[in-house]
Design a protein around this ligand. Structure first.
Ligand code: C5P
Length: 237
């Protein structure tokens, strides 16, 4: 496999073509952004930590029968993935109220959500990823009803697998965002799963160990990511 030209640079990852038209290289950079890119900072080791964290989680999901785009680690900060035709819809499951839900509905942060909630957002930075629903997604052609049903089912299956994995490490999976794409017509989990795109609290103390440390200026961001990884068995350098 040969890495070729950069195709796209996102806020924290860059995507490269390869000599295989069906494969891409994801490069996890140290860049960290919040509030739609309003705040940007480089955090040492972040690319390595998130790359290894993501590969570990995607491996666990594959073991549980959930199709993901990750094919393997290429280096500390790069992994090889299937080239997906991305669906511009973000799927969010919440087990505990926090973040956007607390802001939008005025509910208590930390309130347990039973059953867990499922929300859809349009992936669009300029519009600040507005909340959408299935009807809007189908009407505007962002996804079909069948694709949305599959994405919802897979997002909940991810919850079953990861809630348990994190609980075993004394961690509470508060919420997370997933993105999916199509590979040969099949819905496959894309993007990344790392503390950048989920909320994880210490189960006992409820200390925040995710990107909220960056958003809220709490410090110790990468130390928290590494602590989470260590508790679930991710190997960092
Ligand atoms: O901000 P909100 O509470 O809606 O986010 C829910 C979850 O989805 C959080 O874990 C957040 O980190 C993640 N998220 C994300 N990317 C977005 C929006 C939300 O990773 N664009």
């Amino acid at each position: 496999m040969e890495k070729r030209q950069e195709l796209y640079a996102g806020k924290a990852k860059s995507v490269y073509a390869t000599d295989d038209p069906d494969r891409l290289v994801l490069h996890f950079r140290d860049d960290t952004s919040a509030f739609d890119g309003e705040r940007m900072e480089s955090l040492a080791r972040k690319g390595m930590v998130n790359n290894r964290f993501n590969a570990f989680i995607m491996g666990k999901l594959e073991e549980a029968g959930i199709p993901t785009h990750v094919e393997g680690l290429l280096s500390d900060t790069e992994c090889l993935v299937k080239k997906l035709d991305m669906i511009p819809v973000e799927c969010v499951v919440r087990n505990v109220a926090a973040g956007g839900l607390v802001k939008r509905l005025g509910v208590q942060e930390g309130q347990e959500l039973t059953p867990p909630t499922f929300e859809l957002f349009l992936k669009n930075d300029q519009l600040h990823d507005p909340m959408i629903n299935e009807s809007l997604a189908v009407t505007f052609g962002w996804a079909t009803a069948e694709q949305l049903a599959e994405m919802k089912a897979l997002t909940y299956r991810v919850n079953d697998v990861l809630k348990r994995l994190f609980a075993d490490g004394g961690l509470l999976l508060v919420d997370y965002k997933l993105e999916f794409g199509l590979f040969n017509g099949q819905i496959v989990l894309g993007d990344e799963f790392s503390p950048d795109g989920c909320r994880l609290w210490d189960a006992e103390t409820r200390e925040k160990l995710d990107k909220d440390r960056f958003r809220q200026g709490l410090g110790g961001v990468i130390e928290a990511y590494e602590e989470v990884g260590r508790r679930i068995g991710v190997e960092f350098k």
